[in-house]
Design a protein around this ligand. Structure first.
Ligand SMILES: [Zn+2]
Length: 417
């Protein structure tokens, strides 16, 4: 049984619908993946639930009241503090990147900012005494009927720094607010806290030789709003399915675990839940291989390793042998599920085929099959398989199960600790 890009692409078409963490659509995609696992005769997959923050945004309104009157389309952040029922009438300020120099100007105001609200931004907003925050997504070149407003939530670590009413706006409207000198706004936000259930799908192949040692594979199968999530990350999901198929036909020496993680887009929630739920076996995990984005016709392969320098040079040596077209294996922390494993001490590899400039899109309606191909999926699958076979085939595992201090520091930064 060999790798097939066509078969991978066909599965990608089947799961190519919006699959937001904790929704019925995400669960429907999990079931499609499980059916695929069963149809190939692999061991029965486990569907592992995990609770994630959920809740509702019942109402989100933003109206400029001076020097002109206009209501703007907004979405409220899940988890954000509600305004009083009658709303808030506030001065408006554009805080750009929340540089220290602008903070004294933001007290009591509704603040528009360029970036996301992570822990650092929330800390600054609280210190500045801001009364509300507005963030933006999209492009100034989006056509009027394509101005999707992303749904956002304030994550647990952000809420540790504080909370305030938070809104998302399309960048075309943010542009207009600033250009036209908006100075007063009326905003109403009504949110409700709650939880949802997301799911991981997990399959285990027992090793023939060294079953006590575990190699795991991971790919997140959830997507964000408006996106079909075929590039990010249906592609990784179908690639590890091809690898599972290969190893069902060619039983591995070491135990292999294949995981399709839910709710990665909400902060690696599925993989973090998985590493918590399976904490008792993590000592036996020697390495984790993650695939997050692949398939663009125009693009470049990349491999990032969260581990020791010796592992990095070992992987680079293999790349030369495999003819894997990368100029370096980068040692870093990936913004993906590999970091959940590295954080628990498991060296982690994250494979990707990123798009060439302007040739691939994530997190919006442009993430579609249009820029992907079966050939491209097949090539990346084969490189990941070469690494998997090499690692599994080694007599002595080639890497120590350690995360060096410099990587630990980066993980602390990544997880905002
Ligand atoms: Zn992703």
């Amino acid at each position: 049984m060999e790798i097939s890009g066509k078969r991978a692409y066909a599965l990608l078409e089947k799961i190519g619908f919006t699959r937001i963490g904790g929704t019925a659509e995400e669960l429907a995609a999990a079931k499609i993946l499980m059916d695929e696992v069963r149809a190939m005769g692999a061991p029965e997959p486990a569907l592992e639930p995990c609770e994630i923050p959920g809740g509702e945004v019942h109402e989100a309104l933003l109206r400029v009241t001076a020097p002109y009157e206009r209501e703007y389309a907004v979405r409220g952040y899940l988890g954000a503090q509600s305004t009083p029922p009658e709303g808030l009438e506030l001065d408006f300020a554009y805080g750009e990147d929340l540089a220290e120099a602008v903070l004294p100007e933001l007290r009591g105001k509704a603040v528009l900012t360029n970036g996301r609200v992570r822990s650092a931004e929330m800390e600054k907003l609280m210190r500045a005494g801001a009364a509300a925050v507005i963030t933006m997504n999209g492009s100034l070149y989006d056509a009027p009927d394509e101005r999707d407003i992303a749904d956002r939530s304030l994550r647990e670590r952000v809420l540790e720094k504080g909370n305030l009413p938070a809104f998302q706006l399309h960048v075309c409207d943010g542009f207009e607010l600033v250009r036209d000198g908006a100075c007063r706004v009326h905003m109403t936000l009504r949110t409700e806290a709650g939880t949802r259930t997301s799911h991981n799908v997990s399959v285990r192949l027992a090793g023939t030789d060294m079953p006590e040692e575990i190699i795991s594979f991971g790919a997140h199968y959830d997507s964000v709003m408006y996106s079909k999530g075929v590039y990010d990350n249906g592609s990784g999901s179908v690639i590890i399915m091809e690898l599972l198929r290969y190893f069902v036909a060619h039983p591995p020496r070491r135990t292999m675990v294949f995981n399709w993680f839910g709710s990665e887009e909400m902060g690696l929630l599925g993989s973090r839940a998985w590493t918590e739920a399976h904490a008792d076996e993590l000592e036996r995990h020697r390495v984790m291989l993650n695939v997050d984005v692949a398939g663009p016709v125009l693009g470049r392969e990349s491999l990032l390793v969260t581990g020791e320098e010796s592992l990095q040079s070992y992987l680079m040596g293999l790349a030369r042998g495999f003819g894997y077209p990368i100029s370096e294996v980068r040692r870093d922390v990936a913004s993906s599920d590999s970091s959940s494993f590295a954080d628990k001490g498991v060296p982690a590899l994250s494979f990707a085929r990123g798009g060439a400039t302007g040739a691939a899109f994530i997190h919006d309606r442009r993430d579609t099959l249009a820029f992907l191909s079966a050939d491209s999926l097949e090539r990346t699958s084969k490189y990941v398989l070469m690494y998997a076979r090499e690692l599994d085939g080694s007599a002595v595992f080639p890497a120590a199960r350690t995360i060096p201090d410099d990587m630990r520091k980066k993980l602390d930064e990544y997880f905002s600790r």
